[in-house]
Structures are given as structure tokens and as C-alpha cells.
Design a protein around this ligand. Structure first.
Ligand code: FA5
Length: 343
């Protein structure tokens, strides 16, 4: 049996090594270890052997099977690697052919808008600041002159984060908390803009999204007046929207500014005649603004007798909508290449 076993193993290993595909290897495996293989026949002979010889031959047979199995595993690993690289090569796509040179990716319209808005204000001497999107109640509400249970908190449909005390942590509902962070970190004079993403439980429609972007502005200096605020807004409107778009301020209420105003611009879709986008008013609200409330200055240790200032917060998505005459803001969420490639 010893000679027969040795030549069976040699033949099996040779067949395994020369298998050139996984299918050929499966056939070599059946031939070497299957029910009709020489090894199976030798196993069957064990039953008729005397006990002493059976033990010895059984051990040899087991060793022979292990050598064949090890060779099978080694060859299978080699063939799998070869098969995988053959498949990758066959499936490889030449992306330069599919996309072509002329349609390279570019900055998203909303990021372009944010950059342009920043540029307008940097050109007017402002610095760019930023703050976190997950905020504490203190920065989002309390330091902005809205103590707990203040009714004005209801102006923002707030998303809360399960962290710390209930309702102590929020997804920021506006960029105004950055005002507080900046005033805590530096003393006046302050001239900053802070663009960023904000979150509200708003139902999306032509002019609203639940996740959108604002750009906050804050100026604190000696002798700043409402006239400076109005002049800044007018200068901004002219440089960002160009001729044909006019702005107006309407009295409004925000707890952190007094007096407060809403800033509106001509609806670019209907040129002021009234349409679905502007709810037939001819105007689109772009942001809120006003003179920084003395309580806000006190909350961060700035003396309102010495310093005064104004703040504003515009919707970046609204700015893009008006400037590019986009009737429904929800298209910003679609990521449709036919829209994005136009800008
Ligand atoms: C505020 O968020 C105030 N923090 C603005 C402010 C800052 C006032 C500083 C005074 C001083 P309001 O909720 O009105 O205000 O939002 C400001 C602008 O964000 C809106 O005029 C609009 O342009 C934009 N906006 C508001 N809600 C949405 C929304 N759901 N989707 C898209 N844009 C929105």
C-alpha cells in the first residue's frame, strides 16, 4: 500500500498544481478526494486489514489526505487572486472617456454663494468667524436675551440633542450664537460675518428647508447707529445682487436686537409683480437685523454705555434662490447634475 499511496499523492498534487482555473481545481479535488478516488479505494481496504496494520496504514492515509488538502488550499488561494485581478481588469472603466474633459466637478452652488457673500463683507473690512452646529441652550437662546420659557423661543422650531439635562443641547436654529462666542473671545471693535449650517423643524416648501444656511453679521464699535446698519444692507444688496434688485427694511421683532427689522429684496422670479415663490407679495424676506440689545452686550461683559452695534442674519439659500431665480428651494437637496452644472 505504501508505494501505491505515494504515487497516488504525487499524481493528485501534480493534477492540483496544473489546474488552471477554479473549475479545473474543483475537478482535481473530486478526482483526488472524492468517493471514486484512489484514496477512497485505499480507505475501503483498511476494513479488511489486521488490527495492527490497519492502525499504521490509517495514519499514513490520513497524512496523505492532509498533504493533498493543503495543496488544494494553496492552489485555490493562488487561483482566486488571479481570478479577482482578471475580473477587476475586465470591469475597469476609463472615467475620462465617460465623463470627458469638459464636465469636471466644481464647487456646489450654495458653497459658491457662501464664498461670494463672504467676499462682499471681507471687502468691507469684516473678518470671517465660525461656531459649532451643536450648541448649548445658553448660546442659542439665553445669552441672546431669551431666558428659559421666554415666549420668543417659539419663533424657532428647535431640534434638541439627547445630551446632558433635557433640552440643554440643541442643533443651532440660527447663526446668532456665533455673535456671543465672538464677543466672549474678543473685545470691541468687532466686525465679523459667520456663515454656517442651521437646523429647524420647518416643513420644506418653495422658500424653506429644514437644514439650511445663514450668514450672521456683527458690528460693535463706538457710536454705531441704525443708519450704519441700513447703509451696510444697501451696500450689500447692490454689490451682491446688482441693479434691478432693491431692498427694504420693515419693522420686526427679535429679542436680541432693538429696534429690529426684516430685510427684504425684490423677488427676482416675478420682478416684483407677485408669484408663487414670493407668495404674491413681490418681495422675498432675506434676513433679520437690528441694533444689538443692551442685555446681549451685558451678558458678555461689554458696557452698552460705551459700545453699540448692529447684527444681521441672512439666509444663504435664499440669497442663491433670488440671485439665480430658482423658483423652488427644494432643488438644492436633489443634487441633480442638470441643475448643478449650470452654475
Ligand atoms: C433669525 O434666524 C435671526 N437669527 C436673524 C437675526 C440675526 C436677526 C441678527 C437680528 C439680528 P429668521 O428666523 O427670520 O431670523 O431667519 C433669518 C433668515 O433665514 C430668513 O429671513 C430666511 O432668509 C432664512 N430662513 C429662515 N428659515 C428658513 C428655512 N426654513 N429655510 C431656508 N431659509 C430660511
Amino acid at each position: 500500500m505504501t508505494d501505491e499511496l505515494a504515487s497516488t499523492v504525487t499524481d493528485a498534487i501534480e493534477a492540483i498544481r496544473s489546474a488552471s482555473s477554479l473549475e479545473a481545481l474543483r475537478q482535481a479535488e473530486t478526482a483526488a478526494l472524492g468517493k471514486r478516488s484512489p484514496l477512497a479505494a485505499l480507505s475501503r481496504q483498511l476494513g479488511s486489514m489486521p488490527a495492527e496494520q490497519r492502525k499504521d496504514s490509517g495514519a499514513r492515509l490520513q497524512e496523505a489526505r492532509s498533504r493533498v488538502s493543503a495543496e488544494l488550499d494553496r492552489r485555490r488561494a493562488e487561483l482566486e487572486i488571479a481570478e479577482r485581478s482578471r475580473r477587476h481588469e475586465a470591469e475597469r472603466m476609463d472615467l475620462t472617456e465617460v465623463i470627458g474633459e469638459s464636465s469636471r466637478g466644481h464647487v456646489h452652488l450654495l458653497s459658491q454663494t457662501r464664498d461670494e457673500l463672504e467676499d462682499v463683507f471681507v471687502g468691507m473690512g469684516y473678518r470671517v468667524a465660525e461656531g459649532p452646529e451643536v450648541e448649548t441652550d445658553w448660546y442659542n437662546f439665553e445669552a441672546l436675551n431669551m431666558p428659559p420659557a421666554h415666549p420668543a423661543r417659539g419663533m424657532w422650531d428647535t431640534l434638541y440633542v439627547r445630551w446632558g439635562e433635557p433640552e440643554s443641547t440643541v442643533m443651532r436654529t440660527h447663526t446668532s450664537p456665533v455673535q456671543i462666542r465672538v464677543m466672549e473671545a474678543q473685545s470691541p471693535p468687532i466686525y465679523i460675518v459667520a456663515p454656517g449650517r442651521v437646523y429647524r423643524r420647518d416643513t420644506p416648501d418653495a422658500r424653506h428647508l429644514a437644514t439650511f444656511h445663514q450668514i450672521e453679521g456683527l458690528v460693535i464699535d463706538r457710536g454705531i447707529t441704525f443708519g450704519d446698519l441700513a447703509g451696510t444692507i444697501e451696500t450689500f444688496t447692490g454689490s451682491y445682487f446688482g441693479p434691478g434688485i432693491h431692498s427694504r427694511l420693515r419693522p420686526s421683532y427679535f429679542p436680541f436686537t432693538e429696534p429690529s427689522a426684516e430685510f427684504e429684496v425684490t423677488c427676482a422670479i416675478c420682478k416684483g409683480d407677485g408669484c408663487r415663490t414670493c407668495s404674491d407679495t413681490g418681495w422675498v424676506e432675506l434676513g433679520g437685523c437690528g441694533m444689538v440689545h443692551p442685555n446681549v452686550l451685558r451678558a458678555v461683559g461689554i458696557d452698552p454705555e460705551q459700545w453699540s452695534g448692529f447684527a444681521f442674519g441672512f439666509g444663504i439659500d435664499r440669497c442663491a434662490q433670488v440671485r439665480h431665480e430658482i423658483a423652488d428651494m427644494r432643488v438644492f437637496l436633489d443634487n441633480d447634475i442638470r441643475l448643478l452644472s449650470q452654475f
